[in-house]
Write a protein that binds this ligand. Structure first.
Ligand code: ADP
Length: 268
């Protein structure tokens, strides 16, 4: 079942920059999806279109088959169902304490105070943030801020969580923590959509990859399918995933020795 879809989407910024051109995508419910493309290829703009922050000049965005309603009630409902985590946590975290920041979304949905307290405490426990709840978010580390930002989105219990470059600026331990959280949320049934220019991450993590270049969708499919077309990866100014380069190097060496690929090493 398709949870999010776009049909022939077009968007230009007020200064005339074309950011999304004729993009049609379908995101199946429950998948882990990566949008891959170099900086400026249109990933962030597409995400803002997917959660209604931007309105397309042409084309449609559909959630569970229904076209987005851009009235304020329609947008509130959309943002409850499609949460977005910005690349820079400081753009997202606005309240004076961690607790208040996580409470912001549920409060906007007019939940009762006790209900909000229950949700926030659940998030603080889940994300290991209880001991930080009264701290100003700008005193936290990058990884902690990212967890607060994701907790704030998850507090509204969306079906889809979209994260723009979720691992950028995190150290390897912080990045692994966030990946573990995303995988666990996916196991709990959430559809997880990320953007990244990290081809290795997209290759190892995703069920499905969409490749964007110059505001357009170039390809989509399993990571193996999309990244095995090396010319289109190069033409999109991306590198091959390291694992593929490694594999091709090995293959070259076997062939150079006149040997065949050893039986115990499968075809990619
Ligand atoms: P990505 O997320 O892949 O880096 P973006 O969606 O941010 O790509 O950018 C797509 C294009 O839109 C780029 O040419 C970028 O310069 C342009 N762009 C992004 N934001 C704005 C803006 N607020 N005003 C004008 N142009 C913008």
């Amino acid at each position: 079942m398709i949870i999010l879809e776009t049909q022939n989407l077009e968007y230009s910024y007020p200064d005339g920059t074309k950011a999304i051109e004729d993009v049609s995508i379908q995101i199946p419910r429950g998948e882990k999806v990566s949008f891959v493309g170099k900086n400026g290829s249109g990933k962030s703009t597409l995400f803002l279109l997917l959660n209604g922050t931007l309105k397309p000049k042409k084309g449609k965005v559909l959630l569970s088959g229904g076209e987005i309603n851009y009235s304020s009630a329609g947008l509130l409902d959309l943002r409850k169902r499609v949460g977005i985590v910005f690349q820079n946590s400081d753009d997202q975290i606005i309240a004076p304490t961690v607790y208040q920041d996580i409470a912001f979304g549920p409060a906007n949905l007019n939940y009762k105070k006790e209900e909000i307290d229950k949700i926030v405490n659940k998030m603080l426990d889940y994300f290991g943030l209880q001991s930080l709840k009264d701290k100003p978010p700008h005193h936290l580390s990058g990884g902690q801020k990212k967890r607060v930002a994701i907790a704030g989105v998850l507090a509204m219990d969306p079906d889809v969580i979209i994260l723009d470059e979720p691992l950028s600026n995190l150290d390897p331990v912080g990045a692994d923590e966030i990946l573990d959280i995303l995988n666990e949320l996916n196991h709990l049934g959430k559809t997880i959509v990320i953007s990244t220019h990290d081809v290795d991450l997209a290759y190892k993590w995703s069920d499905r990859v969409f490749l964007l270049s110059n505001s357009r969708l170039i390809d989509e499919g399993s990571p193996k399918d999309v990244f095995s077309k090396e010319e289109q990866v190069r033409n999109s100014s991306l590198k091959n995933p390291v694992i593929l380069d490694f594999y091709h190097e090995l293959e070259k060496r076997w062939l150079a020795t006149g040997g065949k690929r050893p039986k115990d090493i499968p075809e990619l």
